[in-house]
Design a protein around this ligand. Structure first.
Ligand code: PMT
Length: 408
């Protein structure tokens, strides 16, 4: 979730600043684009050059720095970042941020920033517990900022108590959690799941082995990523997840209608439903009586919902599945092209632990242009997360540009 994210770290003047070097390093290794701003007090503990070497980016300290560098740095930094981490956050910083005081680059940038802010306070226990600090934390929380509780242990001042900066690995986990919940915020995702049911008569039908698990997990992953979700499901015994629009359908024709009704308003469609390619031409109005030795059903082709979406598609991201039993990549690639998809998830439905009605899957993602990502066996929930990460990347690909020359 952190890959390709723009993360701005604000370092204030506490001894724990040295730990933030590791945070920056971990984020960078996870694929994030990391920039650091420091108060002048912070530079007493760690040199800006350390962060510069770790992140590969210039470090900001001065409010009125080199104009050739970038003359409105606080605005550029605020525009650049998907989130801001303040670590360590001193009592002084908390007080200033709570009261809108902007007397250096770091506090001014915070004031100009309107997305997620994670604050990791670190200080002496008495300073942390002081009513003034606690009141300031309450103000910041009430404005939507996230506070990472300090850990308890030995402090630099020689006592043991609450006030330690959490370990870098825990800070990074908190950052990851923030991104998990926001990468699709403001986006609307339509997911199909389950198998269609094609009536033979009022009591019998042609169906398939889809349980709906794959699609339900995708819908849940999209919800966790902050999306508004429409889940259109064919036959499935699963309870619909909460907090989404759930549409129950039976036949491919019904599913098509439901999908088309919402298609114009969504940002992405992920079709994991197992849609029957054929339906009975004339389903009987009454239960068919057992008489003749053989029974012949005439089948006609169902509409290909995904292909139709591929033709209608404007800016929507379109993801299909390919349930194959042989020549997996070749057949899946053909569907990718024919249906005008952004990528397709191919699963060999004969492999053990993959495909229909199991809790795991083994899949490959094939991209337009032929690039293939092969995944080992994993839970459908994990695969769903991978699919949602990729959809989010496609939807967020117009990344903000940081108007600055790092070589200066
Ligand atoms: O539900 P589970 O038990 O968890 O099983 C998951 C799954 C095996 C159903 C899932 O992983 C999967 O492979 N779903 C796609 C099933 C399928 O119909 O594949 P297909 O290769 O026949 O179709 C290709 C794509 O076109 C699919 O995205 C399908 O939704 C879509 N399609 C197919 C036919 C049709 N008439 N209209 C369509 O839109």
């Amino acid at each position: 979730m952190i890959d390709k994210k723009n993360i701005l770290i604000g370092v204030t003047g506490g001894i724990a600043a040295y730990k933030v070097v590791e945070v920056a390093s971990r984020l960078k290794k996870s694929g994030a684009n990391v920039r650091v701003m420091m108060t002048s007090a912070a530079t007493e503990f760690v040199s800006p050059r350390t962060f510069q070497e770790i992140t590969g980016n210039a470090v900001f300290v001065e409010m009125f720095g080199d104009a050739a560098h970038f003359h409105v740095a606080h605005i550029a930094l605020a525009d650049f970042a998907d989130m801001v981490l303040i670590a360590p956050a001193t009592a002084n910083f908390l007080a200033k941020a709570a009261h809108g005081i902007a007397d250096d680059l770091l506090t001014t940038t915070i004031l100009a920033f309107d997305r997620e802010i994670l604050i990791a306070p670190s200080m002496n226990t008495k300073m942390f517990e002081n009513p003034a600090t606690q009141a300031n934390l309450e103000i910041l929380k009430s404005r939507g900022m996230k506070i990472l509780e300090p850990a308890t242990g030995n402090l630099a001042c020689g006592i043991s108590g609450k006030g330690r900066l959490p370990e870098p690995v825990d800070i990074c986990a908190a950052i990851e959690k923030i991104f998990t919940g926001t990468v699709l915020s403001g986006k609307k995702i339509l997911v199909t799941a389950g198998g269609t049911v094609e009536a033979i008569d009022p009591v019998r039908y042609i169906g398939n082995r889809s349980s709906g698990r794959m699609g339900f997990e995708i819908a849940k992953a999209a919800l966790s990523a902050g999306a508004e979700v429409i889940l259109i499901s064919g036959k499935s015994e699963l309870a619909p997840p909460k907090n989404l629009k759930f549409v129950k359908t039976e036949s491919a024709i019904e599913m098509r209608e439901a999908v088309l009704k919402d298609f114009d308003s969504v940002d992405a469609v992920i079709m994991s439903a197992a849609v029957a390619d054929y339906r009975v031409k004339n389903p009987a109005a009454q239960k068919i009586k057992k008489s003749a030795e053989t029974l012949t059903l005439e089948l006609v082709k169902n509409p290909d919902i995904l292909k139709e979406l591929g033709n209608l598609k404007k800016s929507q991201v379109l993801v299909g599945f390919a349930a194959e039993t042989q020549n997996i990549l070749e057949y899946a690639n053909k569907k990718l092209v024919e249906k005008n998809l952004d990528f397709i998830v191919a699963n060999d439905v004969t492999a053990e632990g993959a495909g229909f009605n199991v809790s795991t899957n083994i899949a490959s993602i094939i991209w337009r242009g032929g690039e293939v990502e092969n995944f080992p066996k994993m839970s459908k929930a994990e695969l769903a997360e991978k699919i949602i990460e990729r959809v989010a990347d496609l939807l967020n690909k117009d990344k903000k540009f940081f108007p600055m020359n790092d070589n200066q």
